[in-house]
Design a protein around this ligand. Structure first.
Ligand SMILES: Cc1cn([C@H]2C[C@H](O)[C@@H](COP(=O)(O)OP(=O)(O)O[C@H]3O[C@H](C)C(=O)[C@H](O)[C@H]3O)O2)c(=O)[nH]c1=O
Length: 181
């Protein structure tokens, strides 16, 4: 398992060791001991999520203001552009984002700590995304940062106007959003 620090140091790009043979492949998608040893993070995941979306769907940018969740994200099927936005007011990278292409083919995972908004755009005909969370879903705490906030200026690799939920269509701008310390 390789761990790479991204342009926002607390966000990590993880590439697992994949064992391929004539049958196909095998890899450990998560191993707690390896994760802690390689990242130095002592965290525990309490919830696994799985979503399926068609091409041009954009889910996000979401975060929970109370019960903030760290997320470990991967694409089981297809290809997504996964994005994390730093919402920690005291961070030197506040308001900045990182984007990575996660796909069933590259096996890569993105670790996004609590304090970030997370979202992804589907670049393939369909994508299934699985991700682990460090705290439970808390609908009352759920918040949305507007996906195309000009101050965040994410370069979405979308071929068309994205398909977003009604909730995501009215996400807040960074200058209005509830933030982390
Ligand atoms: C997130 C979540 C949702 N739900 C229910 C609530 C709704 O009835 C339904 C769809 O929820 P939502 O439209 O918020 O799903 P996404 O737009 O995929 O939200 C996720 O998208 C971005 C990418 C994230 O990082 C978050 O994990 C999460 O907010 O699932 C649950 O029961 N548990 C959950 O943990």
């Amino acid at each position: 398992m390789k761990v790479e620090i991204t342009a926002i140091p607390d966000v990590l790009l993880i590439t697992p060791k994949v064992f391929a043979d004539a049958r196909g492949f095998f890899y450990e998608s998560y191993n707690h001991q390896t994760f802690v040893e390689k990242t130095g993070l002592d965290i525990n995941f309490v919830q696994d999520n799985h979503s399926r979306s068609q091409k041009n769907v954009l889910r996000g940018l979401h975060y929970q203001i109370g019960k903030p969740q760290g997320k470990l994200v991967r694409a089981l099927v297809g290809t997504i552009q996964d994005v994390a936005v730093d919402l920690r007011k005291s961070s030197p990278t506040f308001g900045q984002s990182v984007s990575y292409i996660l796909s069933a083919e590259n096996y890569q995972q993105l670790w996004i700590p609590a304090g970030f908004a997370h979202g992804f755009a589907v670049l393939s005909d369909v994508a299934e995304v699985a991700y682990k969370a460090t705290d439970y879903y808390a609908p009352a705490e759920d918040r949305c940062l507007l996906w195309n906030d000009p101050d965040v200026a994410i370069a979405w690799q979308l071929s068309d106007t994205p398909i977003v939920s009604a909730k995501d269509a009215v996400g807040k701008l960074l200058k209005e959003a509830e933030l982390f310390a």
